[in-house]
Write a protein that binds this ligand. Structure first.
Ligand code: PRT
Ligand code: ZN
Length: 285
């Protein structure tokens, strides 16, 4: 029987969150990741544990059907794969950083310098787009020490908190790519595998949508219902249930995380009481 072959980073920054997302989609991965390949539980899938750098190639070649990988890696490797979903974790940015002692102001000031990076493809494209002639020195690790040992004038590397740059006396000069974990797919999936992928994508979207929404329950005097409902779009419209106490109702709805605090304040001034906010596990639409 054909299974969906899913590539996941073996051990690294994306491993845990990728397996957690699969789990939230009802797909169990037994015994962690000490093996190269393992059958998933509750789903026709095989999990392949690989180095992140290898995932785009394996997906292109059809050894894996899909892969969880950093967008930075997916783009840098330039393989024939497609980004089919953004996953919201593993967020970082690829930035050019310079020694603090060498302040440069404009992008044009990069002309003629030497930049060390593990991302020569993305960097050279960016340099070309910005008409900058700089030399790229490709190295595979510890990019941040390159300026100090005289290997390069600048670096182009991933940044998340910025503390690596800070402790190496570098400053972030320009972000050239914003990245997060993505799901990539090969081009030639069989009908059965395409069906399994659609099923997985449906689950991923339900899980992710739920994460960005909260379930709200509140009590309100009937005369405030219209005003309160105006702030609560819900998925379709709010649910209104009469309370035992005469003249009062309970209103149920869903609100997005970004609107959350704003909406809560408005609800309170509109007369809402006993507001409860609950996490949502899945949203099936
Ligand atoms: O062994 P394998 O090859 O599979 O793993 P790896 O060591 O190549 O990759 P890994 O596990 O370090 O990262 C996997 C993916 O996580 C990357 O491709 C990114 O998509 C994502 N990610 C998110 C990051 C970071 N944040 C990150 N901060 N990858 C690396 N870093 C490094 C960065 O290179 C720098 O050295 O962390 C340092 C900077 O972090 P701050 O917090 O000091 O700014
Ligand atoms: Zn790697």
């Amino acid at each position: 029987m054909e299974k969906l072959r899913i590539a996941v980073q073996k051990s690294g920054r994306l491993s845990e969150d990728s397996l957690k997302l699969l789990k939230e989609c009802g797909i169990g991965v037994p015994n962690g990741n000490n093996q190269l390949k393992i059958n998933a539980e509750n789903f026709d899938a095989e999990i392949l544990f690989l180095r992140d750098d290898d995932i785009p190639e394996y997906v292109q070649d059809g050894v894996a059907d899909i892969g969880f990988v950093g967008e930075n890696v997916a783009i840098e490797k330039n393989k024939v794969t497609e980004i089919i979903e953004r996953l919201g974790y593993g967020k970082c940015r690829l930035s050019i950083a310079l020694p603090k002692s060498k302040k440069r102001k404009k992008i044009k000031d990069l002309d003629g310098i030497k930049i060390a990076t593990s991302y020569p493809f993305i960097l050279s494209k960016w340099l070309k787009q910005n008409k900058i002639k700089a030399e790229i020195h490709e190295i595979s690790g510890s990019v941040e020490i390159a300026p100090r040992i005289g290997l390069a004038d600048a670096i182009c590397d991933l940044v998340s908190s910025g503390s690596t740059l800070f402790s190496n006396e570098l400053y972030e000069f320009e972000t050239i790519l914003k990245s997060e974990a993505v799901l990539i797919s090969g081009k030639n999936l069989s009908k059965k595998r395409k069906e399994l992928l659609d099923k997985l994508l449906f689950r991923i979207r339900s899980v992710r949508k739920a994460k960005y929404n909260k379930y709200v329950l509140l009590n309100a005097p009937n005369e405030s219902i219209d005003k309160i409902c105006a702030y609560l779009p819900g998925i379709n419209s709010p649910t209104i249930v009469p309370l035992a106490q005469k003249g009062w109702s309970s209103i149920h709805s869903v609100i997005g995380e970004n609107d959350f605090w704003n909406v809560i304040e408005k609800l309170k001034t509109a007369g809402a009481q006993g507001i409860l906010i609950l996490p949502i596990e899945k949203i099936i639409e």
